[in-house]
Structures are given as C-alpha cells and as structure tokens.
Ligand binder design. Structure first.
Ligand code: NAD
Length: 420
C-alpha cells in the first residue's frame, strides 16, 4: 500500500532541508518554495456516444530563472494540483542538477485514459493542449511524455499548437515520433539513464553487474527499458511488477519475453503472464524481496515509513518520481541502504528531451550513438558530483543532489535579481 502523504509537502520538506544546509536567504527560500505559475483548466470533450464530459487539467511552472520550463504531461485518474506542483518543483532541481538550461514544469489531466477510445483521447489531448497553449512555446514551456502519455499524444499536441500558429513548431514538445522531429534514443532515455545509475553505483561499491539481483516495480517506458538494458548487461532481474501483478523468478526472469508479452496485451500489461519457474506475488511482497538493487519505476510514495524497515535491497535507484517518502529516507539511511534519488536517477529522459529540443531548433539531427554518448557523459558527470559531495560531507545522495541543484537555481535567481 502506498503512503498518502501529500507530495507537495514532501517536495517542500526536501527543499527546506537543502535550504537550511545551504543557509539560503529567507527571500530566496520563499521564492523557490512555491511554483511561479499555476494554470487549472476545466474543459469539455465530446465522447463517442454523443455526450459531453468536462475534464480538469493542470500546467504548473515552478521556476523560470534558468530558461524555459520543461516537464511531462501525465494522464491519471488520481492526480491533483499538489501532485503537479511537486512534480514541477522536482523538474526544476533535476534540470539544474544535470546542468541543462531549463526550469521545471509539469502538467496533466485527471482522466483514466484506458476508458477512452482513440478518438476521445485525441479530442481530449487537442483540447487540453489548446487550453494550456497560452503557456507553451519552444522558448517558454516545452512538455514531454509522462505516465499514460506517449509519442502519439505528443504528436497531437505539436500538431495542435502548429495549427494555431500556422506553421510547424517541432520544438514546442519533446518525446515526439522520429518522423516529425523526435530524437533517436528519447524513448529509451529514462530507462537507459536508470541502468547507467545502477552501473555507476555498482562500480562505486566494487560490484560487478554480472549476476546482480534486480527488482523493478513498473514495466512501462522506464521500467521495461531499464529491465532490458540491465538484463543485457548480465544482471539477474528476479522481480517485476506492473499495475496488474508481480512476478518472481530466483534464477532471473526472461525480460525480452515479458516485454514481447506486454506489448501484445491490451494496455501493455503483464496480466496472465506465465512461464516455468515464475511465481506470482503481491505488489507489497515484491518491494520487500531479497535483492541487490530495487528500482521503483511506477508511482509515488511506494517506499514509506511502514515498509522501509522491511526493504532488503542494498541500493534503491528511483526510476519513478517521488517513490520514497522523507520518513522512509531517514530509515533507509540509518540502515545503510543507498538511495540514488529521482532527480538524478531518472534525469535521462529530460536530458535527451533537451537534445531533442536543440535538434529541433537547429533542424540538425544526430545519430543514436551521439545521443547516447552525450547522455552518458552528462549523467555520469552529475552522478560523480553527487557521489563526491555525499562522501565528503557524509550525506545521503538525495541531500547531496539537492544541495547542488538548489544552489544552482538559487544563484540564478540571485544573479538575475528581483524585477522590478
Ligand atoms: P508508463 O505509464 O509507461 O508505465 C507505468 C508502469 O507502472 C506501468 O507498467 C504500470 O502498470 C505500472 N504501475 C502503475 N501503478 C502501479 C502500482 N501501483 N504498482 C506497480 N506498478 C504500477 O510510465 P513511465 O513513463 O514508465 O513512468 C513511470 C515513472 O517514471 C513515473 O513516476 C514517471 O513520472 C517517471 N518518469 C518517467 C519519465 C519518462 O521519460 N517516461 C522520465 C522521468 C520520470
């Protein structure tokens, strides 16, 4: 069971810890503690049966001091403004930590997309894009995919904004299909980044990837790509869960077979997956499996004060945003469990989104090897900075990452000064 702690309060608490350690001035603290802009929209969509339904959506821009804002669009039935605020704030720190010239934003619609037909999904997306279009633009706010959104949805958003402007605006969104200006490597970027963070942490702990026992919660874009890449590098992925169930095999799950299976299922889930030697577990049991690395790559608040004492992994690499509550962080730190925080571990997606934006603006496209090697360079550099600071000051990796990120954003704010 997930914890029900308010994610925005968690994000503010994490920021407060960093602000205190950095000795940030009260006025800068007050500015960075809250989002700069918040837009809530209620908009009608015509359904296939002829009726009309009003949906609620959000776009929150946390901080614009380091450049245009960047962050995903999520479709989820249990989303609210506070969750979007938290996600936007985490994007600010993530972009600053990996030194890409963006502030943070996030958005989404309160909807269960699996209940919509393709036509309804397209109409909902185009109307939502129109409602938030006053905020969007290549030099203002550039959305990307997140939970339950994908390249097709990004294409509809790009097309909608382009129709309004009267010309094609590829750089208004990232995570687009390659045919209309997407970047090679973007689809896999977040999962690739997660796998790099597992590799770098194992390296620091002088462990080989060969035979490393990995458990992954979430088998969507992030979880399934991380599983595949770690499997290819010799890790033993012993546990996988998605929203439909959890699966365990001590000798290692057949990840390519599970990916092929989920792609062929409706909603890309693992429901009904069977293979010799594979046991079914509950989602709760999966998180508490004996393993070397646990990768939460699904939803927020999965590791909390109640289950943190039972986590057996030596390392947690946060593919998801906000999977660990501050209470759990303290317990994990006391128990010597290393947590590679979300703002570092899942930054691969926004790094390659940055590359896609750069390529779109220049109309000059790179090959996949260039994309992946530049991604690795940026992410490993950030990892080394965080690891070195954590070691030097005996801090958890999350605190070290926050110190670096918040410092960059605070400096940008102070250098620019207060207008007017
Ligand atoms: P997705 O929609 O592609 O996949 C989500 C997966 O989580 C699915 O397999 C779903 O079945 C599973 N899931 C949902 N609820 C679950 C539960 N309670 N228990 C177990 N599994 C559950 O989404 P995604 O793009 O892979 O994103 C996953 C997480 O990673 C989110 O927190 C997202 O914010 C974060 N993230 C995504 C990206 C990206 O580029 N896609 C970048 C950074 C962070």
């Amino acid at each position: 069971m997930a914890s029900h702690q308010n994610p925005f309060h968690i994000a503010q608490q994490q920021f407060d810890t960093a602000a205190e350690l950095l000795g940030l001035h009260d006025s800068v603290r007050a500015i960075l503690r809250v989002p700069q802009r918040e837009l809530t929209v209620n908009f009608p969509v015509k359904l296939d049966d002829g009726s009309t339904k009003v949906y609620t959506g959000y776009r929150v821009q946390h901080n614009l001091s380091r450049g245009p804002v960047k962050g995903g669009i999520r479709y989820h039935p249990h989303m609210d403004l506070d969750e979007v605020r938290a996600l936007a704030m985490w994007m600010t720190w993530k972009c600053a930590l990996v030194s890409i010239p963006f502030g943070g934003a996030k958005g989404g619609v309160v909807v269960e997309p699996q209940e919509l037909s393709l036509g309804e999904l397209e109409r909902l997306t185009r109307r939502f894009a129109t409602e938030i279009s006053i905020l969007l633009g290549p030099d203002k706010d550039i959305p990307a995919p997140d939970m339950n959104t994908n390249a097709q949805i990004m294409a509809w958003i790009m097309d909608t904004i382009s129709m309004h402007r009267g010309y094609t605006v590829p750089a208004v969104i990232t995570g687009k299909p390659i045919e209309i200006g997407g970047s090679l490597g973007r689809l896999e970027a977040t999962g690739r980044g997660v796998s790099l963070m597992v590799r770098e942490t194992a390296h620091q702990l002088m462990r080989s990837l060969e035979g490393l026992r990995v458990v992954i919660q979430g088998f969507g874009n992030v979880g399934s790509v991380a599983a595949q890449l770690l499997h290819e590098q010799g890790c033993r992925v012993v546990g996988i869960a998605d929203a439909s169930g959890a699966f365990y095999c001590g000798s290692g799950l057949d990840i390519p077979a599970m990916r092929a299976y989920s792609v062929n299922q409706s909603h890309r889930q693992l429901t009904g997956y069977h293979a010799p030697g594979v046991e079914q577990l509950s989602g709760t049991e999966l998180l508490e499996l004996d393993c070397d690395v646990l990768i939460p790559a699904a939803v927020k608040n999965q590791i909390h004060e109640k289950n943190a004492v039972r986590i057996q992994a030596q390392v947690i690499v946060e593919g998801a945003n906000g999977p660990t509550t501050p209470g759990a962080d303290a317990i994990l730190s006391d128990r010597g469990i290393i947590v590679v925080p979300d703002i570092l571990a899942n930054a691969g997606g926004v790094i390659v989104s940055y590359f896609e934006w750069v390529q779109g603006l220049q109309a000059f496209f790179w090959d996949e090897h260039d994309v992946n090697s530049r991604l690795e360079h940026i992410l490993v550099r950030a990892f080394n900075q965080v690891w070195a600071l954590a070691k030097a000051r005996r801090l958890p990796l999350r605190t070290a990452a926050y110190l670096l990120a918040v410092q960059h954003v605070a400096e940008a704010n102070m250098i620019r000064g207060l207008y007017p």
